[in-house]
Ligand binder design. Sequence first.
Ligand code: UD1
Length: 340
Amino acid sequence: MKKILVTGGLGFIGSHTVVELQNEGFEVVIIDDLSNSSESVLEGITSITHKKPIFEKLDLKNKAAVAHFFKSHSDISGVIHFAASKAVGESVENPLLYYENNLNTLIYMLKYVLGLQESNFIFSSSCTVYGQADTMPITENAPVKPAESPYGNTKQIGEEIIRDTCKANQKLKAIALRYFNPIGAHPSAKIGELPIGVPQNLVPYITQTGAGLRESLSVFGDDYPTNDGTCIRDYIHVVDLAKAHVIALQRLLNNKNDTNFETFNVGTGVGSSVLEVIHAFENVSSQSLNYKFAPRREGDITSAYADTEKANSVLGWEAKSSLHDAMDSAWKWEQKIRNL
Ligand code: UD1
């Protein structure tokens, strides 16, 4: 049984990935500093998989603690590195916090991974690296555009750090997964997204409005050059996204990678407008959502959806769930945590 380290393993995407890893028979060790997650997520994971992962509360910026951790877990075969700060607005206000949290910790992590017997590394990247791409759907060859925010920049620089390290060390094998918009929750409703404070992302805002926590959703912009005037994104069910991590890891563990640094888009290939997401929510919840149009949000792009050909044919992965499935699971999760 191979031992896999998942940093940020109690977060939204991390926790779903831990479940899929355990379902595939991997032994999982989680590091999480609980800065944007809760230890109670461990119970959800354990209840779904009937197996409790090893958990160490640890701040990855604490070099001595990380060194000690790797000493006692030198048998790790792969690392999936989720731990990072991810609030775009906060990154604009406090860029150094983002560069420190997201880049310093990546550098330490790569150093330790290089010291392991097997150096397999999966990185959480984002479609944000493409900015407003010139053509849709977006392939992995689309140019990386100047980042709109320090958060986005940490993903671009993160990929560069890994690419350079792979070039200098053939031993290191890495895959960067460029996520489109992850939404939804585990179908068991035992784990899901737990945004702290007012959600910045569309789907948790919708489900909280549906649950009565927010009065009304503001739809940012109704004059975009799209069919209904609202922005288009590629919303991917978090369980599909989690499975992509396991498949990417297996590719590295089985030496199936073509080069020692690869990038893959992880999306559904389907673009949905904000209004289509609202209608999907209304459909699964059998209620109408209170929403109003508001001015455009600064930094938002018109449209982004993935060309999934490379992930389908090279990685052998494809998204299985529809927007309807994802919204249904998101709503079940919201109802569960609000005791509705
Ligand atoms: C955002 C980040 C992106 C990050 C991703 C992680 C920004 C500008 N981008 O992507 O860098 O990788 O989250 O999940 O923050 N919307 C509304 N009303 C709302 C919230 C959102 O209309 O209250 C609209 C937005 O204008 C957008 C769509 O819903 O068109 C999706 O927004 P969101 O969920 O925040 O994701 P992104 O902006 O695509």
